[in-house]
Design a protein around this ligand. Structure first.
Ligand code: BGC
Length: 332
């Protein structure tokens, strides 16, 4: 009996060792490690911070004993030259897949071409390169290893406008017959900024409402800039302002502070709209210091981006475009 036990133990040890050995050897049926390069346009961005953290978290949840993901994530610091160098390095490092949040969508072609030439699959996120007709981008369509994962910014703009349209006074807070608004825009090169600016107002004019633009300024997605712009507009236009539209919540947070400083009251004499549904802003919507925001689903988008990256790693067929819906957020 003892002998049998000893033999069993010895066998267990041998197999155990073999299993351990193969686990670290990679090519002999052990864990396969994929190299994933991720370049984010700028770490210092409220929304992209949530997004990039979720990319890392979600990749971890997909790891198994046999598949690992080695993520190299870099901050492109809002500098296109820096990002081009980072992509060159990813190519030299022979990444198995690249996830790219472009600094400038106008540089899409150069980067896509390089990555495709190196035969590395590519998932573009958050900043959609547009074709000449504002639609599908030639470098993406029909390319079996390139795709874009994002949300249709027209929808977010429309939702902002609809939140205002659906109020009892349709956003005419001072009762002068027009919706007098201030627009605080993100980076003008970004279709999210262009579409949100256009479609928020379109939702109002489509409903037959009169609008009047008091000021339209570029805040580059930045909270401090949003604060400066709202501060100056409130000083210049005072009670004339019915609505402040911000292309994102970061800038809306800045505008909210300016509104408070000016002694104005959201919901009583002014309205404030953002996009993203950052936790701080959802709280403000619920306590009445913001009128509404629109959920920009960073969880849905990051998971889709990672899932499609994994498909590409597995050599599976992919679509060229993946869309994640926005959701209106008003007081609960
Ligand atoms: C978000 C912004 C963010 C931008 C970065 C947009 O979709 O709404 O908050 O700054 O993406 O590209």
């Amino acid at each position: 009996m003892r002998k049998i036990l000893a033999v069993v133990l010895a066998l267990v040890m041998v197999f155990g060792l073999v299993a351990c050995g193969s686990g670290s050897s990679g090519s002999t049926g052990g864990a396969k490690t994929y190299k994933v390069g991720v370049a984010i346009y700028q770490y210092n961005d409220n929304f992209m911070t949530l997004y990039r953290q979720e990319i890392e978290n979600y990749f971890k949840t997909l790891e198994t004993d046999s598949v690992k993901y080695e993520i190299t994530m870099v901050d492109s610091k809002n500098d296109m030259a820096e990002q081009t160098n980072q992509v060159d390095t990813f190519i030299t490092q022979k990444m198995d897949v690249i996830i790219l949040n472009l600094v400038q969508t106008s540089s899409a072609e150069v980067l896509i071409d390089k990555i495709v030439a190196a035969d590395i699959p590519l998932v573009l996120i958050n900043r959609e390169p547009l074709g000449e007709t504002d639609e599908s981008y030639p470098g993406i369509i029909n390319n079996p290893k390139v795709c874009y994962v994002g949300a249709d910014a027209r929808q977010s703009g429309t939702y902002q406008g609809e939140i205002v349209r659906d109020l009892p006074n349709h956003g005419d807070m001072n009762g002068n017959g027009t919706i007098d608004y201030v627009m605080i825009e993100g980076d003008p090169e970004n279709p999210d900024a262009q579409y949100r600016t256009e479609y928020s107002i379109k939702a109002l004019t489509d409903a037959g409402l009169e609008v009047n633009c008091l000021a339209d300024q570029i805040g580059n997605w930045d909270q401090a800039k949003g604060n400066e712009i709202a501060d100056a507009a409130l000083a210049q236009f005072g009670d004339q302002i019915d609505v402040i539209f911000c292309n994102n919540d970061g800038m809306a947070l800045g505008a909210a502070a300016a509104i408070e400083k000016a002694g104005r009251k959201v919901g009583e004499d002014i309205l404030l709209l953002g996009v993203d549904a950052l936790d701080e802003c959802v709280e403000k919507v619920n306590n009445g210091t913001m009128t509404g925001t629109v959920l920009n689903d960073h969880v849905g988008q990051s998971h889709t981006a990672v899932d499609v990256a994994v498909k590409l790693l597995n050599g599976e067929a992919i679509d060229n475009y993946y869309w994640v819906d926005y959701v209106k957020v008003t007081k609960q």
